[in-house]
Design a protein around this ligand. Structure first.
Ligand code: GDP
Ligand code: ZN
Ligand code: ZN
Length: 572
């Protein structure tokens, strides 16, 4: 698979979830949380059995409980339905013995202390130890007397029939910045409906027993000790006119500790009192109410199309697509690490292990081409193509860098025809050349220094500083054989003073070649002549590197007085 198409495939794969999220999550919308008010009304009747003693006879009477008896207004989005209770009638302010517990039992006044208030006591101790019942003695307290007895909640629950009660929930909602208001009860609602998850999911009237069934709890069990139940109203509103939808979804959740038996204070209960006066004495009825507190939780969002949201979403994902390359690199590197052959490719400093990797990295480097200035071209006389290498690959002889094959530009013979190759080389001016050659000999390396990377036997070590030396470690051949400097065109074209002079004048017709600079001009012209010959006249030639043998053969022909050559300078 082509590398670019590989990345495109990954991009497409990554693109899919984003497009999906864009549409399904409506990421193009500006979303606002809901603001709401709720109001609940409970309805239903219950009969409670009550035992009374009349004229020494025990009698059973039935008390009817209506809404006012079993619901207690609570603050916030909650309401309470009493399901069970303990009642203590006729309490009045006075002195009486405490209910016997480990902390209140006493045998004499020493066991009590005036003014003491235990955390569980129901009054303030007077310091006296008095009789409670029979022989049992407890500390006397100043309190509402008689003291409430510690009793277990009646079982089964007294108002077990509360499971048939219904609650109507009114919920108004608002999305202020979208300027949209609605409510859960629509004008066409059938007021006799009862909520059912599938058959009647929009009905706002709930049977208490059904709510418990939804959460998998048994109402009559919870009714004994009480509990807390959450009624969740979720609004997911799409306020765009083309997909407008804004209806609530109801769900339920048990909010108190289900493991009631193990917990310290199971269920939900509280005490309240009803006060009255009897014979001008203030009295009260104390009620310990067990029941279910319903918490109504309203949440959700309303979304509307917003161009800024869309742009932000697309923008954030575009940066994420950049990870596609990292992801592919990671996969390729991880799964083919074992067969790493440590080959380094130009354009990317990476290890390219197997054939797949080689192909991948070659394509990758192609697609992420570096600035052309860092690329160099080399040509071996025994190869039909040119090689492109990366200058930044330091520390390795240019001869050993594999690079990438580039086709050799077709030869332009039109240029060649202009050259005065047929002209006879005039004899050199006696003395001048020899003198220069003698001067520079001390600094020029000799052929006995032939380095190990040379294949033609004519290369010489580089003069450049250690750090840059590898750039000039290049032979005219890849495999052992004859040197290009011994070829006819090299002698006739590159080393011909006559041809080079002609070329300099061809470029600048009135150029005056003074004695001091002639050799340098001819040398540089010879370099250019060589690169134009081997790499074509446009583009590549400027970044082409001369093989060491050619460089030194040209320098020998047109030496520099000081002998220290500056070498290749990047065109940039
Ligand atoms: P100089 O005459 O002392 O500066 O040293 P050189 O004889 O090494 O010539 C330096 C000039 O030749 C600079 O302009 C270099 O860019 C150019 N030159 C030297 N080597 C190469 C080469 O391998 N390829 C190309 N294209 N130009 C080169
Ligand atoms: Zn060589
Ligand atoms: Zn050579």
């Amino acid at each position: 698979m082509h590398c670019a198409s590989l990345e495109k495939t990954t991009d497409a794969l990554l693109c899919l979830p984003f497009s999906f999220a864009l549409l399904s999550d409506k990421r193009y919308q500006w979303k606002e949380p809901v603001i709401s008010s709720v109001h609940a009304k409970v309805k239903g009747m219950a009969e409670v059995k009550k035992e009374i003693t009349e004229n020494g006879l025990k009698k059973v009477v039935w008390n009817v409980f209506d809404t006012a008896d079993y619901t207690v207004p609570l603050q916030g989005n909650s309401f309470f339905v009493m399901t069970n209770f303990l009642k203590m009638e006729g309490q009045e302010q006075g002195l009486c013995p405490e209910y016997p517990t480990r902390w209140t039992l006493c045998s004499s006044d020493q066991g009590c202390k005036k003014g003491r208030m235990g955390p569980k006591s129901k009054g303030i101790q007077t310091g006296r130890c008095i009789e409670y019942k029979g022989k049992q003695k407890t500390c006397e307290v100043s309190a509402w007397c008689p003291i409430e007895e510690v009793e277990k909640a009646p079982e089964p629950a007294l108002l077990g029939s509360a499971e048939n009660f219904t609650v109507l929930i009114k919920n108004n909602i608002d999305f202020p910045s979208h300027n949209y208001t609605t409510r859960n009860i629509l004008p066409d609602l059938n007021v006799t409906c009862t909520f059912h998850k599938t058959q009647n999911p929009q009905c706002p009237i709930f049977r208490l027993g059904d709510i418990f069934q939804e959460t998998g709890d048994n109402f009559s069990e919870v009714a004994v000790q009480g509990g807390i139940m959450g009624i969740e109203i979720y609004w997911d509103c799409n306020l765009d006119s083309w997909f407008h939808h804004c209806r609530p979804k109801y769900s339920f959740r048990r909010l108190d500790d289900k493991t009631a038996k193990e917990s310290l204070y199971p269920g939900y209960n509280f005490r309240y009192a009803r006060y009255y006066k009897e014979n001008n004495i203030e009295k009260r009825t104390l009620i310990k109410a067990f029941g279910i507190r319903f918490d109504i939780l309203v949440f959700g969002t309303g979304g509307k199309f917003d161009i800024i949201q869309l742009i932000v979403y697309i923008g954030s994902n575009l940066s994420y697509f950049g990870l596609a390359t990292v992801f592919i690199d990671f996969l390729i590197n991880t799964y083919s690490y074992k067969c790493c052959r440590s080959r380094i490719y130009p354009g990317c400093k990476c290890c390219a292990p197997c054939a797949v990797n080689e192909y991948y990295y070659r394509k990758k480097c192609e697609s992420v081409a570096e600035p052309r200035q860092t690329l160099k071209y080399v040509s071996f006389v025994d190869e039909p193509h040119i090689r492109m290498v990366n200058q930044r690959l330091l520390g390795k002889s240019l001869q050993d860098v594999e690079g990438e094959e580039v086709p050799r530009p077709p030869m332009d013979f039109a240029d060649l025809s202009r050259l005065p190759l047929s002209l006879h080389e005039p004899p050199p001016i006696p003395g001048q050349l020899e003198a220069l050659q003698l001067l520079s000999q001390g600094a020029t390396p000799t052929s006995s220094d032939c380095p190990d990377w040379c294949q033609c036997g004519k290369c010489l070590p580089s003069q450049l500083p250690e750090r840059q030396r590898h750039m000039e470690e290049l032979c005219c051949r890849k495999k052992m054989g004859a040197c290009i400097t011994t070829s006819e065109p090299f002698k006739k074209l590159i080393l011909s003073r006559h041809v080079l002079q002609f070329l300099l004048h061809y470029q600048e017709p009135l150029l005056v070649l003074d004695a001091d600079s002639t050799n340098s001009q001819l040398r540089h012209c010879a370099y250019r002549c060589y690169t134009a010959w081997r790499f074509g006249s446009q583009g590549l030639a400027d970044s082409a590197i001369l093989p060491s043998c050619c460089r030194w053969r040209i320098r020998r022909e047109f030496p520099k007085r000081e002998g220290q050559y500056s070498g290749f300078k990047s065109p940039c």
